[in-house]
Every structure is written in structure tokens, then in C-alpha cells.
Design a protein. Structure first.
Length: 195
């Protein structure tokens, strides 16, 4: 009899905890998969007349992120700030003639196109969810930025989204170190804004 009541008392809690863990896993999966889909849409449509499709899809993703992932306003401040910082960061590469984008922001050629800003915003949504595991590991964050940052630009070049103006090896080296440090900056900023 004791075993029956013990089981009855704690079994629902176990079920709830299992469902909560599965729900958290599903949220992280949605976060990374939806971001990747939006990222690819931004890249694929970037050099076409439909380059606005990427930012529109990213806005829809942000809305879903708010509905299903988090309603933390500090996180949304962080996301907007990373979007602005990323826009500035990538605009510097245009100013220093590292590369050009196939489309530009309206008539201002030294500011990145809106689909790049959309990518930065989308990337910021992963920092506290699917990429949360790197938040306390600055070395790993630097290495990930160092490797995967340049690879994303190389992918953009393959899809005619960007054109390198210097040698690819020099451009990728500059991007690698820049992205390593920008990842550290993003994580530090995240700790200050999203607590």
C-alpha cells in the first residue's frame, strides 16, 4: 500500500519533468533549425530581385521566437543590439574594401544590405538557446567564431551574395580573427544584458 501511494505521489512529477526536458529540447531544435532555414533563405535570395524575402522570413521567425521560445524583453534588447553591432561590423568590411555585397542598402553602398542585418538578428536568437552551451566557454566561442565565421562568408561568395576584393586567403584570415573576437564581445554583452 505504501508503494502505491509513494508512486502516486511522485509519478506525475516525474512525467512533468520528462515532458519539460523534451519541451526544452524541442525549443532548442526549433531555434537552430528555424535559424538555419532563415539564414539559407537570406543567402539564396540575396543576389536576386527578391532579396527582401530573407528579412521578411527572419521577422516571421522572430515573431515565432517570441511566441514559442521566450518573452524575455532583455533578450530582445540583446537581439536588436547584436543586429546593430553586426551591421556596423560588416559595414567596416565594405569600408576597408575587404569585400562587397551583390546588393546594398538602398543608395548607401557602405552599409550592408538588410538581409545581412536580418542574419545577425537571427544569429543572436541562438546565443541563449541552441548555443547556450558556449556562453561560459570563451575559448570555444573564439574558436567557433574563428572557424565558422569565415565559412559563412565563403558560402555567401559561392552563392554570389558577396565578392571578395582582396585575396581569399587574406580575407578569410581577417574574417577569422574578427569573428573570433566578435563572438567574445557578443557573449560578454549577453551576460550584461540577459541575466
Amino acid at each position: 500500500m505504501y508503494l502505491f501511494f509513494y508512486t502516486l505521489q511522485y509519478y506525475p512529477i516525474t512525467i512533468i519533468n520528462i515532458h519539460k526536458e523534451k519541451f526544452l529540447i524541442l525549443k532548442k531544435l526549433f531555434n537552430i533549425i528555424a535559424f538555419q532555414i532563415c539564414w539559407w533563405i537570406c543567402v539564396i535570395f540575396s543576389s536576386t530581385e527578391l532579396s527582401y524575402i530573407g528579412p521578411l522570413v527572419m521577422i516571421l521567425y522572430l515573431f515565432c521566437h517570441y511566441l514559442f521560445i521566450t518573452k524575455d524583453l532583455n533578450e530582445f534588447k540583446f537581439i536588436i543590439l547584436v543586429g546593430l553591432i553586426g551591421t556596423f561590423f560588416d559595414s567596416l568590411f565594405i569600408v576597408f574594401d575587404i569585400f562587397n555585397y551583390s546588393s546594398s542598402f538602398a543608395l548607401i553602398t557602405f552599409i550592408v544590405p538588410t538581409w545581412i542585418t536580418a542574419m545577425w538578428v537571427g544569429f543572436a536568437t541562438t546565443i541563449n538557446h541552441s548555443l547556450k552551451w558556449i556562453n561560459n566557454n570563451y575559448y570555444l566561442a573564439f574558436i567557433m567564431g574563428f572557424i565558422f565565421g569565415p565559412l559563412s562568408y565563403l558560402t555567401g561568395e559561392k552563392f554570389d551574395a558577396i565578392q571578395f576584393n582582396t585575396s581569399i586567403s587574406l580575407s578569410l584570415t581577417i574574417l577569422a580573427f574578427s569573428w573570433g573576437f566578435i563572438m567574445l564581445f557578443i557573449l560578454i554583452l549577453n551576460k550584461k544584458i540577459v541575466k
